[in-house]
Design a protein around this ligand. Structure first.
Ligand SMILES: [Zn+2]
Length: 107
């Protein structure tokens, strides 16, 4: 068995698990919790399925990046907030400022 993906978010792990299930790639989920209570979710596959599992993981990662790029057009890159204000900036002229975390986004 070899680990092919690591997550800190169960929902993200579930998204990959669903894709693996759809392709009938067997895997095993191992959850470890460190002393600070942070859960790490690792997905493991046997050698026979490891390459196929990696392919699916890459596909999901590429889709996630594309989605993030699409979303970042309308959202704060720092916190993902949709509450952006247009403000006048001393050197950049007009920029957008996040109402939630205060970061400045150049247009
Ligand atoms: Zn923000």
């Amino acid at each position: 068995m070899t680990s092919f993906a690591t997550f800190f978010d169960l929902e993200e792990a579930r998204a990959l698990e669903k894709m693996l299930e759809k392709r009938e790639i067997p895997f095993e989920r191992r959850v470890t919790t460190d002393e600070t209570g942070i859960e790490t979710i690792e997905l493991w596959a046997s050698d026979q399925y490891y390459d196929a599992a990696c392919d699916v993981t890459e596909q999901l990662a590429a889709a996630a990046v594309a989605e993030r790029v699409e979303r970042s057009k309308h959202r704060c890159p720092e916190c993902g907030s949709k509450h952006l204000d247009s403000v006048q900036h001393e050197t950049l002229s007009w920029v957008r400022r996040c109402r939630d975390c205060g970061c400045i986004i150049a247009q």
